[in-house]
Design a protein around this ligand. Structure first.
Ligand code: MTE
Length: 323
């Protein structure tokens, strides 16, 4: 993975504040509108509305209540989040994903569910999303390249999705794959930068942790292609490469599954890849990071600031060995 970091500029922090303020005001307006006109949320009156079809997804996304804030840390702007990306299928440069975004076709979309579960099958996106209540969660995203952002995701807990497929007791890990059609590769898949398809995986208890999110939107809008439309994982205490984009396959497996960056260079990218300022990457320090939009570096937080919620998952494990 390259380690090119865009330099911040002096007027960006003001833009960040303005952007966040406008976004909050807009959301407040939407909520007040619903409450004053109907007296109650419409979804509460008509539960079937919550089961709306895919065409209603934008409304469900824009109405998703915020369930997790990050006090004292400004949101990155929509522009920063959607123009500075890592998505090797669309190119290795930071602006390649937005420039090549139209090459990713997300309609129709289906997800194949396989392996150790009682309900395997091919589910279209509508079936995947239908029963889930969407929520907004503001998380830090810390890339292994030592830059970070704060992103208001819209999604639902991965645990809720997993439960629907009824994994068996043999399911110790969950493996994920990104779209890859050999006959119609995406621009970045024409080069063997990685062994396509992009693959990721989590231990079952990591996948079931309430922080782990399936994202379908950000900033109150459907997730843009460059950020992993229509469905991507967000694992906020791990380096960003674990948060696999544009998922087409979920498999329940007994053994630790192969994962793309680990396959590419196991010494540099471990299966766990928990954010840890004490364990440096072999080619650079992980002690500090650059928040996109800020000039000065900030300290990297253990488990990216989510230690209280996830440290118990790794009790007794040698974190340096299982990096
Ligand atoms: N998923 C796929 N399929 N392909 C990728 O190249 N890059 C990862 C991750 N998910 C990647 C991916 C990396 S390295 C990071 S840091 C995050 O996506 C970046 O997410 P963002 O572009 O939405 O900020």
């Amino acid at each position: 993975m390259s380690n090119t970091i865009r330099k911040g500029s002096s007027n960006i922090s003001e833009n960040l504040v303005t952007d966040e303020k406008l976004y909050r005001q807009r959301r407040q307006f939407v909520k007040t509108g619903i409450f004053s006109s109907a007296g109650l949320s419409l979804a509460a009156y008509f539960p079937t509305l919550a089961m709306a079809a895919l065409s209603d997804l934008p409304n469900r996304i824009s109405d998703a209540p915020n369930t997790r804030k990050l006090d004292g840390e400004a949101l990155n702007t929509f522009e920063e989040i959607t123009t500075y990306n890592n998505f090797y299928e669309l190119g290795t440069g930071k602006s390649d994903p937005v420039e090549n975004a139209s090459a990713l076709i997300t309609d129709p979309w289906s997800v194949s569910v396989e392996g150790e579960c009682e309900k395997p099958g091919t589910y279209n996106l509508e079936d995947i999303l239908k029963p889930h209540n969407l929520e907004e969660r503001i998380y830090r995203l810390r890339c292994v390249e030592a830059w970070s952002m704060v992103i208001p995701w819209i999604g639902f807990p991965l645990a809720d999705l997993i439960q629907r497929f009824k994994p068996t007791s043999n399911a110790k890990y969950v493996a994920f794959e990104t779209l890859y059609d050999e006959n119609k590769p995406l621009p970045g898949q024409k080069r063997p930068n990685l062994d396509w398809p992009y693959r990721e995986g989590l231990r079952m208890d990591e996948a079931m942790n309430p922080l782990t999110l399936m994202a379908v939107g950000l900033y109150g809008k459907p997730i843009p292609n460059q950020n992993g439309a229509p469905l991507r994982l967000v694992v906020p205490w791990k380096y960003g490469f674990k948060s696999i984009k544009s998922i087409v396959k979920i498999s329940f497996v007994e053994k630790e599954p192969p994962t793309s960056w680990n396959m590419a260079n196991a010494r540099e990218y471990g299966f766990y890849s928990n954010v840890n300022p004490q364990i440096d990457h072999r080619r650079w320090s992980q002690k500090r990071e650059r928040r996109i939009g800020e000039y000065f570096k900030r300290d990297t937080l253990m488990f990216n600031g989510y230690e209280e919620e996830v440290a118990h998952l790794y009790k007794g494990m040698d974190l340096a060995k299982h990096h």
